[in-house]
Design a protein around this ligand. Structure first.
Ligand code: COA
Length: 331
């Protein structure tokens, strides 16, 4: 059996917010932001929602895969910023694209969400429960950001990316001799460090509790702790995945990393002793879109012709939870 991505799609809000725009909101500068993060601009919702962005990304992925919405078996949306608590975003997407035969649910692993959803879809397909899945990362983080906090508001952007994943009965061998499909996945979580990157929701406040103040509902982050975590865990889990698949760094064509900070990506490349040219990036124009980052990058790199059949990709991310993961696949 081969389980592979046969279509990708992405959707970004129209509004571009540059570092110069942020200079008007908080005490910062384009120079500081670019030097410390690599970000020059990001897209911010002017009304687009997590579900509308996700639906647009899904439609594009389906079009590339040559499938219609009613052929979709499973929709998994990774998001930490849904517009509704109920129903879940995946059910909204199902309705928006007309995928009436699909089972749909959300999954939240923050910035690792797309990877975790991809791995979940893989298991459903591997066991034969479903034949295909739309795997989505979609976020409107701009509503969770405290726009007076210069430590976080400079980092994040909004957007959505999707991948259509299909199982096929036969083995597909590419012209370079590599077997197409998912090869290996590694996931990890460290809940004990959860509060270094958090965002409050509703406090326990029911008919039987003394009335409590609502907690802050904006993103709080200890940037340096997250930075240390990422630069240690990401290369370690990529190495673990490579070891499990009996592969070396040189066997990988593209490292598609979560785009949180260009310095983190450079540090990972250095620790792996991998050429930075094999780490495609879009952080300068999109910022950190949490679960949407990896699928948007994948779609952009795919549509630009960057990925060829037979290329081996490592997808790797980290984020709140704390969570992290790496998946290896041959296109
Ligand atoms: N503009 C200007 N100055 C800023 C600033 C901003 N936007 N944000 C912080 N500063 C200041 C700080 O107040 C501090 O000033 P001080 O030296 O006078 O105290 C100085 O810049 C250095 O701050 P520091 O927090 O040490 O910067 P840093 O090099 O760690 O960079 C981050 C901050 C957030 C860019 C970096 O820690 C980071 O990227 N961490 C990972 C975050 C992440 O990836 N989160 C998402 C995970 S999915």
């Amino acid at each position: 059996m081969t389980i592979n991505i046969t279509g990708t799609g992405s959707a970004l809000p129209e509004k571009v917010v540059t570092n110069f725009d942020l200079e008007k909101l908080v005490e910062t500068s384009d120079e500081w932001i670019q030097k410390r993060t690599g970000i020059a601009e990001r897209r911010i919702s002017g009304g687009e929602t997590v579900s509308t962005l996700a639906a647009d990304a899904c439609s594009r992925a389906l079009e590339m895969a040559g499938k219609t919405a009613d052929e979709v078996d499973l929709i998994l949306v990774a998001t930490c910023s849904p517009e509704l608590l109920l129903p879940c975003c995946a059910c909204q997407v199902q309705d928006l694209i007309g995928a009436s035969n699909a089972v749909a649910f959300d999954l939240n692993a923050a910035c690792s969400g797309f990877l975790f959803a991809l791995n979940t879809a893989y298991v459903y397909l591997q066991t034969g429960i479903y034949k295909n899945a739309l795997v989505v990362g979609s976020e409107v983080l701009s509503k969770l950001v405290d726009w007076s906090d210069r430590g976080t508001c400079i980092l994040f952007g909004d957007g959505a990316g999707a991948a259509f994943v299909e199982a096929s009965g036969e083995e597909i061998i590419r012209s370079n001799g590599r077997r197409a499909g998912m090869e290996c996945m590694v996931q990890g979580s460290d809940g004990a460090k959860g509060m270094v990157l958090s965002c409050g929701e509703r406090a326990v406040n029911n008919a039987f509790t003394p009335k409590r103040q609502m907690e802050s509902s904006y993103i709080h982050m200890d940037g340096q702790e997250v930075y240390k975590f990422a630069t240690k865990q990401v290369p370690a889990c990529i190495q673990k995945a490579l070891d499990r698949a009996d592969l070396a760094v040189e066997d990988v064509d593209w490292f598609m990393l979560h785009q949180a900070n260009v310095r983190i990506i450079e540090s990972v490349a250095k620790r792996l002793k991998a050429d930075i040219a094999r780490f495609p990036m879009n952080i300068h124009k999109a910022g950190n879109m949490s679960s949407a980052t990896i699928p948007v990058l994948l779609d952009e790199w795919n549509r630009s012709g960057g990925i060829k059949e037979g290329d081996r990709l490592v997808l790797s991310g980290f984020g709140a939870g704390l969570t992290y993961g790496a998946s290896i696949l041959v296109w």
